[in-house]
Structures are given as C-alpha cells and as structure tokens.
Design a protein around this ligand. Structure first.
Ligand code: SF4
Length: 357
C-alpha cells in the first residue's frame, strides 16, 4: 500500500518535514501538514465520522509510508465486508462487571480508558476507542470488588484504549488498590505509548511502575521506523526501572507483511531489550479488509523468519478466534504423524523422521 490510496507524488513532495508540536485530530490539520489530500476531504469526512482520527506528533513526523498508513484515514475503511464484526474478539461476551473482561481463569483485562495517543486504522476496538473518558471511580470499585471475590485471577492486564494515557497519579492509585488485594502475582500493561508518544514515559510514571508487585509491559509496535531515538530512550527508562518488556505486533498488509520488515523490527526490539512476544493475525474489525493478509501468507513469513532470525527475536504467530473463543498459535507447523512415527520439518523445509519412546 502506498502512503495513502489517493496521495499522489506531488502531494508527497508537499509534505512538511519539521516538528509537529501536538497530535493531529482534524482533517484540516492533516491537510495542512500535507498528510491527506484535500481532494479526498469529503470521503475522508465520512471515514472520520465513523472511526476517530488521531495521529501523535511523534508519528506524524515519521515519513515512512508503512508507519503513516497505520494512522491516516483511508477511504477504503468505508468498505465493510460480510465477515467483519463490531466486537471481533468478544470483549463484551466475557464482562462480569463494566470495564473488566474475564475470559481465562487466571487473568482478567481491565479497560482503564477508551482514549489512545493514536487511533490505529486497523484497531479491533475501533468501534469503542475514543468514546467518553476513563473508567470511573465507582466502576473501578466494582472491578476491585469482583477481583476480591475472584482470587483465581492472578494477573490483571491494563488495556484500553491505552492505559498509559492516564496520569501517573491515577495509575499509581489504581495499582495501589490492586496490590492491596494480595491475590495478584503480576500486573501487565498493553500500550503503544512508549513508541507513539515516548515523551509520556516520564520519571514520575516510571516511579509508579517500580513496585513490589511486578509490572510487565507489552509494547505494541508494527514497524521498525516507529522505534525512533526518543522511543528507544523511553524503553530504556522502563528497562532501568526493572519493567520486563515484551512486544506485540499486528501483521498488516502495506505495513509489515514481509519477512524483511518484520526481521528488521524484531531485531530492533531485541536491541532495545524488548522480547518479541506476539505476532497477531489481523482481526475482523470493520473496514479493515485492505490491511488483512491470509493465514497462509502469515505462515510463509513466519517460516522464512525461522531460519534466519535468532530464537529470542521470534514471536508467536497467533489468531484471536472471532467471537471471544480465545487466542491460539497458528503455525506454521513443523510436525506431522506418519503411522507410529512423527515427521519433523527443519527450517530449510527438509523432513526428518522422529520416533517417541
Ligand atoms: S493504540 Fe491500541 S487500542 Fe488504541 S487505537 Fe491503536 S491499537 Fe487500538
């Protein structure tokens, strides 16, 4: 995919290259920066009316087409395919109290806010991100009450929106109450902030995360050029505070759906002390068909990476089964049965027999 479907070479030359002081949330601001084409304004207004627009200042200045395609509205988002869903991974199906998803026995997802620093055009929560405000005090009381009654939950996963848009003070207060339950082993944050708005990873935030209850962080990043020098510095601050860092990446056509781009991303992550954790097959979110690859394409990319990329840089390729049925690895497989024996495929594609005891 190009920079955008309708952005011509002339428009690209008109793009500004200086710093952009604040996030861009309006089409006229995107046009002013040369990021969208005024000729498409009417169609893009229809897109923006359906799905919110926000490009952080850090991402608006990255010139790479594969980075910008993730954040700039595109007329193709108006094409909704029959298989696409409002709630592709079933957040609402497993919500015992508002703001909490409890799908697996030992962990629960806390929707701390619906706001984000950027609104990604492929987001599986695109129908709800950006809606009014953060989780209120009374709602959080109910979440804490549920967790207090449900000690099987050992891990709370802060997600959103993006939980790191909350102030360090608010996050600290929430973490104090969760830590006070005495039943949790770990808290995890899923966030895009260290990459898309690295200035928000302040010393105050880092101090709040450095606590007795271990705080892990999964950083969402999809392209090596997103990890700017400022993002590397933010990751370093988190690392120094003892926050273990993992990454999650969405496989996206026009962004990163080739082995070279993903290899560069995963290598850059380990250089920044971030362990690649998940490569997500794209979800069936409304108006995102132009980003989707097939499972066979995803498996071929993973097979190509197997032979050439160190094991610590290999993520697990996963699919969130539509309807809230959970997340599973989707290969490629290296093992098949042949009578009583197993046949194992090596990274070069050659097959070898293996016999169990
Ligand atoms: S930051 Fe995360 S939750 Fe927010 S729009 Fe992007 S993918 Fe969705």
């Amino acid at each position: 995919m190009g920079l955008r479907s309708g952005l011509t070479g002339d428009r690209r030359r008109a793009m500004k290259t200086g710093p952009i002081p604040e996030a861009l949330t309006r089409l006229d601001a995107l046009e002013r920066e040369g990021l969208t084409d005024p000729a498409e304004r009417k169609a893009l207004e229809a897109v923006a009316a359906e799905f919110r627009v926000r490009v952080s200042s850090a991402m608006a200045t990255v010139p790479t087409a594969g980075v910008r395609a993730q954040f700039l509205p595109d007329v193709r988002e108006l094409q909704v395919r029959p298989e696409e869903l409002v709630d592709p991974i079933g957040d609402e199906v497993h919500a015992p109290v508002p703001g909490l998803t409890h799908r697996y026995a030992d962990r629960a997802i806390l929707h701390a806010t619906k706001a984000c620093e950027v609104y990604c055009r492929f987001c599986f929560r695109r129908e709800t991100v950006g809606e009014s405000g953060h989780l209120g005090e009374a709602e959080f009381d109910r979440v804490v009450d549920y967790l207090g009654r449900t000690p099987m939950v050992r891990e709370v996963i802060f997600t959103g929106g993006d939980p790191l848009v909350l102030s360090p003070r608010r996050l600290g207060a929430m973490l104090d109450r969760l830590e006070g339950l005495g039943t949790l082993e770990v808290v995890r944050f899923h966030t895009r902030v260290p990459v898309v708005a690295p200035g928000k990873v302040t010393e105050a935030l880092v101090r709040v995360l450095d606590r007795a209850l271990p705080v892990w962080m999964v950083v969402h990043t999809n392209h090596p050029d997103e990890i700017t020098e400022a993002a590397s510095a933010a990751l370093r601050r988190l690392n120094r505070a003892g926050v273990p860092l993992l990454s999650q990446t969405v496989l996206l056509k026009g962004v990163n759906a080739d082995a070279d781009t993903l290899e560069a991303l995963f290598r850059k992550l380990i250089r920044n002390r971030v362990k690649p954790y998940y490569l997500h097959h794209p979800d069936l979110a409304k108006g995102t068909g132009h980003f989707r690859v097939t499972l066979a394409e995803g498996q071929a990319i993973m097979a190509a990476l197997r032979g050439r990329l160190t094991g610590i840089a290999q993520p697990l390729y996963v699919l969130d089964i539509p309807g809230g049925h959970g997340k599973v690895p989707v290969g490629p497989g290296y093992l098949r049965r042949d009578g009583k024996a197993w046949i194992v495929t090596d990274p070069r594609g050659a097959e070898h027999p293996y016999r169990d005891l």
